[in-house]
Design a protein around this ligand. Structure first.
Ligand SMILES: [Fe+2]
Ligand SMILES: [Fe+2]
Length: 374
């Protein structure tokens, strides 16, 4: 019997791990064909959150060249919210006699039950689940649940998917950083040629004032924070602007702005306070949440808003950081943001003490508020 796999995603942009996974799954399931279904994305998104459908399609065609895959425009043509059950019932009609496998990552197994009409999905296709790096589903418990609720199991694949953040790829493109480690050459060329993820004014601004290393750090802070913003109830655009602008005063001499920074501010944290001052007084940023996120990104303070916490933590755990213990912080970042945040405050404070420095008053307040009392 003909075997067909179905793979959905936003593919914004399609990256190398998509291709590796598709090839791995085609091999493992012995598929005759893979149908790749890019989702429709509402057109009102900003900050390069999303490339137009036509471009996502064009990139998919480039990336899947030479692979036994067909790009299906069904969800894009339908518009609105894409529902997997509808898509699979549509594909089922075209291939009534084939074995259909709907391919998902292990992390989606838990979510699957909350999708619209999961039983209709399972009536139209079999679920094929590949593993995700750093994610361990309780497969036995899931099997039990599936069999009790749906009377049907799923196929477990050995393919281990690596974590690749599309957000990061879009940001790197936007910042003009090298994306060739993440996307195929043809896709990289397409993105560049069509200026698919253009820099925002904030990015242009920091590019003009930051050294290369700091500019890359800025991109990594934004990439790190954006994947977490929604979970913290922080607006994506706000998180983006705060991250992009957080180190804007890194190379500015506070003496150039008399009165901008209090006299008792230690030199290593002065850029945060100066940054907030400059954003407000030179660049006209009005948003107090963004200004505070910049202002307290190095010291922290008591009673921080979610956006402040996000920038503070992302600044510390972004992928370019290499200090001892950062791996553990990153693990916490993925699993328990609040615990990660408190650890970041604790480490900041205790590191200053160990080095014989006096933590600035806001760091002491933050330590007392978040760590000591607990
Ligand atoms: Fe900083
Ligand atoms: Fe920073």
């Amino acid at each position: 019997m003909e075997k067909i796999g179905v793979l959905g995603g936003t593919f914004d942009p399609v990256h190398k791990e998509h291709i590796a996974m598709a090839e791995g799954v085609i091999r493992e399931l012995g598929l005759n064909k893979l149908i790749v279904v890019p989702t429709f994305i509402p057109p009102h998104k900003t900050h390069s959150e999303c490339a137009p459908a036509a471009d996502r399609l064009a990139m998919l065609k480039l990336a899947f060249e030479g692979i036994n895959a067909e790009i299906c425009e069904y969800e894009i043509e339908q518009g609105g919210t894409s529902y997997t059950y509808k898509t699979l019932e549509h594909i089922r009609k075209i291939y009534p006699e084939s074995a259909l496998y709907f391919i998902v990552g292990g992390d989606m197994l838990v979510d699957f039950k909350t999708w619209r009409y999961p039983e209709r999905i399972l009536a139209a296709a079999d679920l094929a689940v590949f593993k995700r790096e750093g994610y361990f589903a309780d497969v036995a418990a899931e099997r039990k649940y599936f069999s009790e609720r749906f009377g049907k199991g799923f196929t477990e694949l050995t393919y281990l998917g690596k974590h690749v953040s599309s957000t990061k790829i879009r940001l790197y493109a936007m910042f003009g950083l090298d994306i060739s480690p993440y996307v195929s050459q043809s896709v990289a060329e397409y993105i560049e040629k069509h200026n698919l993820y253009p820099p925002t004014p904030a990015v242009e601004l920091v590019k003009s004032v930051l050294a290369e290393k700091r500019f890359r750090h800025t991109a990594d802070v934004a990439a790190c924070a954006l994947d977490k913003a929604k979970a913290l109830g922080v607006g994506r655009n706000k998180a983006f602007d705060a991250c992009v602008l957080h180190d804007i005063a890194k190379y500015v001499n506070p003496a150039n702005f008399p009165g901008a920074v209090e006299k008792d501010v230690p030199a290593p944290v002065a850029h945060a306070f100066l940054g907030a001052y400059m954003l407000k007084n030179v660049f006209g940023v009005q948003d107090e949440e963004i200004l505070d996120a910049v202002r307290y990104h190095t010291t922290g303070r008591a009673g921080m808003r979610p956006l402040e916490k996000l920038v503070f933590v992302a600044d510390m755990v972004e992928e370019g950081r290499t200090f001892a213990g950062v791996e553990e912080l990153r693990r916490l970042y993925d699993t328990n943001f609040d615990a990660c945040f408190k650890e970041c405050i604790r480490i900041t404070y205790e590191h200053l003490i160990e080095e014989g420095n006096t933590p600035y008053k806001y760091t002491v307040e933050a330590y007392d508020y978040y760590v000591k009392e607990k």
